[in-house]
Design a protein around this ligand. Structure first.
Ligand code: SAH
Ligand code: SF4
Ligand code: F3S
Length: 441
């Protein structure tokens, strides 16, 4: 292998937005040590998979990549394969015996060790670095960002909740926050670089807590929106139980904070929510929705929902469908329950909903939500919406893709616009996932 390739790395990223942000951090850490980011995996002598463990199919996808890399290793003896993120933190050293392609493992709190791991692997052996470090926020690392329009800023990491089905507390450890001043410094920098959209990230972003300034995500959001007055500000993910009136008032009072909230509900049945250990009932969830809509009449709401959790009866499933009908979310991420060994649910409840039933219920949820999204999107036809252009459309270089403040994707005629432009688009067509239109002068 020639030196250029030997020192070139490529990262495949799976999972949530936090993982996308983390891949930027890993890239920065490797580049600081002189490694170079390759355009294509095949040009890289170091391949990293930054992984997600949240559902079994996320793990299956990574397995598929590891098989491909095992094939590459047969031909390229010097190839180094590292697995980072949530799967190694969850499955630990067992990974080495399961997947012989792997040379090293690093967890979400040990990305700083990755350059050293690469060096040590070159000298021989397999290595892992999987300690939790509840102080690690990667403060001071300036992530490598791919886009020029939108930037993620992780403001808190980890999760202190114990939702019964979820591995995240096991993979990401305890909550910790980036200091207030450090977040603002990063935002200032992004503004000077011309970013037009900043998304504050956290597994539970409302649990943001700066010990000096007091534990208050609303205050951080307000300060960020003032620091970047010309950028759109978004944040995710909010736990329904932590939505406060002060947060909603902050969104209402600052024009550049998008009127959009992602508020995972998981189930429409309070019985299921209790079993899931979510810490609220459906009535309480609906009260939060009413509060949000009273202060933000045009808010775009989105959610996550799980079909077929342990013990779910037809009536619980019906309650989820009814909830979707009542709230009419703009969009939803919909999953069927996947038992994760080690979690409370896997240890205490039977995974008793047959897979065929889970899949049927999920399909009913998807069909209903697509119908609702399509109806809501149809209503936009004939109106002009403000769109931030993000990239060329996948279908044609003559068209751009952008998003509304409510996070709806819009594909429109390019004319002379560029990614990063904020413009008004007259909506002329809609599906359940995309709006189409043309710029209005
Ligand atoms: N608070 C987190 C949630 C991460 S997991 C955040 O930062 O976004 C994202 C979603 O995956 C959850 O809201 C839930 O709907 C789904 N999920 C988590 N564990 C699951 C499991 N075992 N089976 C199916 N879906 C699951
Ligand atoms: Fe998982 Fe619940 Fe924490 Fe979200 S709040 S990461 S669903 S344990
Ligand atoms: Fe997956 Fe880890 Fe994110 S389990 S959803 S990559 S926090």
């Amino acid at each position: 292998m020639h030196t250029g390739k030997r020192n070139a790395f490529f990262i495949h990223t799976f999972g949530c937005q936090m993982n996308q942000a983390d891949s930027g951090i890993i890239s920065a850490l490797l580049q600081e040590e002189g490694y170079i980011q390759a355009e294509h995996e095949l040009d890289a002598g170091i391949v990293l998979l930054n992984t997600c463990a949240v559902r079994e199919n996320a793990v299956d996808r990574v397995e598929h990549f590891l098989q491909h890399l095992q094939g590459r290793k047969k031909r390229e003896k010097e190839l180094i394969v590292g697995v980072a993120g949530c799967i190694p933190q969850y499955k630990r050293e067992e990974m080495f015996s399961l997947y012989p392609a792997i040379d090293f493992l690093a967890g979400p709190d040990t990305y700083r060790t990755i350059p050293k791991l690469v060096e040590q692997v070159r000298r021989g052996g397999k290595l892992s670095s999987l300690e939790f470090n509840s102080e690690e926020t990667y403060e001071g690392v300036e992530p490598v960002r791919n886009g020029v329009t939108s930037a993620f800023v992780p403001v808190m990491r980890g999760c202190n909740n114990r939702c019964a089905y979820c591995v995240v507390p096991f993979t990401r450890g305890r909550e910790r926050s980036q200091p207030f001043t450090s977040v603002l410094r990063e935002v200032e920098k992004l503004v000077s670089m011309g970013y037009r959209e900043i998304t504050l990230l956290g597994q539970n972003v409302n649990s943001y807590c700066d010990l000096e300034k007091g534990c208050d995500f609303s205050a951080l959001l307000d300060a960020v929106s003032r620091e970047a007055p010309l950028a759109r500000i978004r944040f995710t993910t909010s736990h329904p139980k932590d939505i406060s009136e002060s947060l909603v008032r902050t969104i209402a009072s600052r024009p550049n904070i998008c009127n959009a909230l992602h508020l995972p509900v998981q189930s429409g049945s309070s019985k299921m929510l209790g079993r899931m250990n979510r810490g609220h009932t459906i009535d309480e969830y609906m009260e939060k929705i009413a509060l949000i809509r009273s202060l933000l009449p045009d808010v775009a709401l989105s959610t996550d929902i799980i079909a077929g959790f342990c013990g779910e009866q037809e009536e619980d499933h019906q309650a989820s469908l009814d909830l979707l009908d009542n709230v009419r979310f703009d969009s939803a991420y919909m999953f069927f329950y996947s038992a994760r060994p080690g979690t409370l649910a896997a240890e205490t409840f039977d995974d008793d909903v047959p897979e065929s039933v889970k899949k049927r219920r999920l399909q009913e949820i998807i069909d209903l939500q697509n119908h609702i999204s399509a109806e809501l999107f149809q209503k936009a036809i004939g109106t002009a919406v403000e769109v931030l252009a993000e990239s060329e459309s996948r279908r044609s270089p003559e068209q751009l893709m952008g998003r509304t403040a409510g996070n709806r994707a819009v594909v429109f005629d390019r004319e002379l616009y560029q990614p990063g432009d904020l413009l008004h688009v007259m909506i002329t067509g809609a599906t359940s996932a995309t709006l189409t239109g043309r710029p209005v002068p």
